[in-house]
Design a protein around this ligand. Structure first.
Ligand code: APR
Ligand code: PHB
Length: 390
């Protein structure tokens, strides 16, 4: 088998890259370890930046998103028992975020790719990324028990944080920069109407909590928990009690309902620099992880593959290597902006075990400044809805 671009991973990054390349007349093959059903059901975050929505519209993949996505023009910050609205759209010339589950993005992209003759191999085992330091890179893998080789011009490593692609970069050619946080998020998806029209980010002495939603009948909620917390210690009634306590304010009450899904997500900041080795390009979670407090993971992946698709298109049209050579630095500029924003939101809103009253007062002062100063609120708002792509 031969293709122009071999893509490892059928998450949002791999599927969108494949579709963008198709629209530019470039052939690609996607290989994915999991089943289509598994990939489309995996519940992840669900906040799309303005730039992500604009791109999906531009390429004609936003029909369902425009029908079912929920446009949000503000968020609430809750601290000291009171909520304060950050009017994001007013502060950013009308930009907004759209709530639309990542698994729906993946479903829409998979359908589009298959409807346009795209080759996506699911349930592929033992993917090996070979010879990317030469002019003849390849993927080796097993599909339906058969050993297969895929020759290509370039490999895109879109295989997430636990994929194989990143390990192909020799240790001497890359740096891994990271921070762990002393907490994790316990998230639930519940069959119950959201208790608020807007997202509520809560700073509370018992730890951070987040009220989010997916639709008029589905709520998504998160609690800060210990990093090694066992889900077995969190029966549904304990989760609802804790959410009720941390999100309490005024006459507000939390709607409770059947829990459809629950899980614990570790919190981590991570960057692999550079995002390229020879003919291998890393994109999305394979290259970087942000803590979910800024809701940026999916959006950063979309930005990477947009840059990569443009660079590959330029290369195939002109023969020039310049855009490919600029890929890593172009992406990393946005990666670090988003890393800083995600780290800042995380640091401001969580309880750190090692903090004393000094740090807690700094956090509260920062929150008061944010809700009292249009300049400070604008800084949050423009990062949250996503700074324009350069
Ligand atoms: N071989 C083939 N496929 C693999 C391999 C492998 N060795 N390892 C991982 N994969 C697949 C995974 O099964 C997954 O479907 O690669 C895909 C990577 O998808 P994501 O983890 O969704 O990563 P990405 O496409 O970069 O999207 C980033 O995902 O984790 C969230 O918060 C993150 O929203 C962000 C988004
Ligand atoms: C979500 O709805 O899943 C969500 C929302 C905001 C975040 C993270 C996750 O910051």
């Amino acid at each position: 088998m031969r293709t122009q671009v071999a893509i490892v991973g059928a998450g949002p990054a791999g599927l969108l890259l494949s579709h963008l390349l198709y629209l530019n007349g470039i052939d690609s093959v996607v290989v994915e370890r999991r089943s289509r059903d598994h990939v489309e059901k995996r519940v992840r975050a669900g906040v799309l930046e303005q730039g992500t929505v604009d791109l999906l519209r531009e390429i004609g993949l936003a029909d369902r998103l425009d029908r079912e996505g929920l446009v949000h023009r503000g968020i609430e910050l809750l601290f000291d028992g009171g909520t304060h609205r950050i009017p994001m759209s007013d502060l950013t010339g009308g930009r907004a975020i759209t709530i639309y589950g990542q698994q729906h993005v993946v479903r829409d992209l998979t359908e589009a790719r298959l409807a346009t003759g795209g080759q996506v191999f699911f349930e592929v085992d033992d993917v090996a990324v070979v010879d990317v330091g030469t002019a003849a890179p390849r993927l080796r893998f097993t599909v339906e028990g058969r050993q297969t080789e895929l020759a290509c011009d370039f490999v895109a490593g879109c295989d997430g944080s636990h994929g194989v692609s990143r390990s192909v970069l020799p240790a001497s050619s890359r740096q891994l920069l990271e921070r762990d946080y002393p907490f994790a998020w316990l998230g639930i998806l519940a069959e119950v109407a959201p208790s608020s029209d807007e997202l509520i980010y809560a700073y509370h002495e018992r730890g951070f909590a987040l009220h989010s939603l997916r639709s008029p009948t589905i709520s998504r909620l998160y609690l800060q928990v210990d990093p090694d917390e066992d889900l077995a210690n969190w029966p549904d009634h304990r989760i609802w009690d804790e959410l009720g306590t941390r999100l309490a304010h005024g006459g507000w009450s939390l709607n409770e309902g059947p829990v459809l899904e629950k899980g614990i997500t570790p919190m981590r900041s991570f960057v692999c620099e550079p995002m390229r080795f020879g003919r291998l390009f890393l994109a999305g979670d394979a290259a970087h992880i942000v803590p979910p407090t800024g809701a940026k993971g999916l959006n950063l992946a979309v930005h990477d593959v947009h840059v990569l698709a443009d660079a590959l298109t330029d290369h195939y049209r002109t023969g020039s290597e310049a855009s490919l050579d600029a890929y890593s630095a172009t992406c990393l500029r946005r990666v670090w902006r988003v890393q800083q924003f995600s780290w800042w939101m995380t640091s401001m809103l969580h309880r750190f075990p090692e903090h004393d009253a000094f740090e807690q007062n700094l956090q509260l002062s920062q929150l008061e400044y944010l809700v009292g100063s249009p300049a400070a609120a604008t800084s949050l708002a423009e990062n949250y809805v996503g700074l324009p792509w350069t």
